[in-house]
Design a protein around this ligand. Sequence first.
Ligand code: DQA
Length: 145
Amino acid sequence: RTLHVLNGPNLNLLGEREPSIYGADTLADVEALAARVGDELGFGVECFQSNHEGALVDEIQRIRHDSGGIVINAGAYTHTSVAIRDALASVEAPFVEVHISNVHAREAFRHHSYLSDKAVAVIVGCGVQGYEFALRRLAALAATP
Ligand code: DQA
């Protein structure tokens, strides 16, 4: 089965934007890491990034029936989007919420997530390695009957 890695707004600027917070790796680096980890785990990995809330909702709906698990960094939509929450709730497969930075050490408005209580796991503050941890967790869950 295929695992999906979804990235939200501004994550296309990874490596350029606020590198002291988000590090030097680019989105292409993250997607290459995801493909490598997927290979190792025996899963295909499909990646998608959009700056648009509706495009993320459309993508979640599109993969709803054939995803083995979703890794999602919804960026700022994490803190605002009931629509992305509802879209994820329509997916049978579990999702892991990832944040590169430790959102709890930042502004108060980043402390609340519309996704966390529906996520099977939440990984914050591990840098881009968080995507790898999330994929490994989803693969382990997929292997558990
Ligand atoms: C982020 C944290 C969000 O608060 C922020 O809006 C982002 C990135 C992270 O990966 O740390 O765009 O999701």
